[in-house]
Design a protein around this ligand. Structure first.
Ligand SMILES: C[S@@+](CC[C@H](N)C(=O)[O-])C[C@H]1O[C@@H](n2cnc3c(N)ncnc32)[C@H](O)[C@@H]1O
Length: 228
């Protein structure tokens, strides 16, 4: 883009990527639960249970809540705020909340720009989200910012395999995956978590090839913006 500084170009392309990703999720929202039905029953439900068993009480944030697949696992007695940047996904989540009669504060919001003060939440959860957040490091930093320094962050994510055979295949197939459902299959999420400054407490490898992981972390920023 002629005449613009590098900084402006970066912002423009990140905004454009965000717009495209949101539009993709809006498009697939109606099909999302059906598409995931089998894998949810065979694998994801068990992994979600494993994550939510570790979540403490208190005020929590779920980002990229989607159609509300985690809703039935929320800890009883917790106050939960749930956000997503796709209006259509959030609409389905809203219906789900109403059906279950659950108490959840819903908000349309981009994980890269969370509209909450520093250290608002006791915990935060994201499941299968950072494969599609356009700037994952920015999103992870935001997550760390809004969680209290001694609070916990749980991520259930798929990522690029570190094995020499599978990783490169995922790189080749990634553009097709993004086009089909908006999710990157070759994100280096462990590296991104470290680059964002989170303090990793544990990592559970859930599948062969190191593709699915459950990460438990602390915000690692000590509660003052100057520390990062
Ligand atoms: C693969 S779906 C996962 C939904 C849900 N977490 C689950 O476990 O089924 C990814 C979700 O993240 C949301 N998402 C992606 N990027 C986001 C962002 N920057 N801010 C907020 N939500 C985002 C999408 O709209 C979508 O609902």
């Amino acid at each position: 883009m002629k005449g613009l500084s590098n900084k402006s170009q970066t912002y423009r392309s990140a905004d454009e990527e965000t717009r495209k990703t949101r539009a993709r999720y809006d498009r697939v929202a109606w099909l999302y639960d059906a598409e995931e039905y089998l894998v949810e029953r065979l694998l994801f439900a068990r992994w979600r249970r494993g994550l939510w068993e570790q979540v403490p009480l208190g005020h929590g944030l779920e980002i990229g809540v989607g159609t509300g697949k985690n809703l039935s696992y929320y800890p009883t007695g917790s106050r939960v705020t749930a956000v997503d940047f796709s209006p259509r996904m959030l609409e389905r989540e809203k219906r789900h909340v109403q059906r279950l009669g659950a108490q959840v504060d819903l908000a349309l919001m981009d994980a890269q720009h969370l509209d909450y003060p520093d250290a608002t939440f006791d915990w935060a959860v994201a499941t299968f989200v950072f494969c599609s957040v356009p700037d994952p490091i920015k999103g992870l930093r935001e997550l760390a910012r809004v969680v209290k320094p001694d609070g916990r962050i749980f991520l259930l994510e798929h990522m690029r395999s570190g094995t020499p055979l599978i990783g490169p295949v995922m790189d080749v197939l990634n553009p097709i995956a993004v086009r089909l459902n908006g999710a990157n299959i070759n994100r280096r999420t462990m590296k991104n978590v470290n680059l964002a400054g989170l303090e990793v407490l544990s990592v559970d490898d859930l599948s062969p090839g190191g593709i699915f992981k459950l990460i438990s972390a602390r915000s690692g920023w000590g509660g003052s913006a100057g520390k990062r």
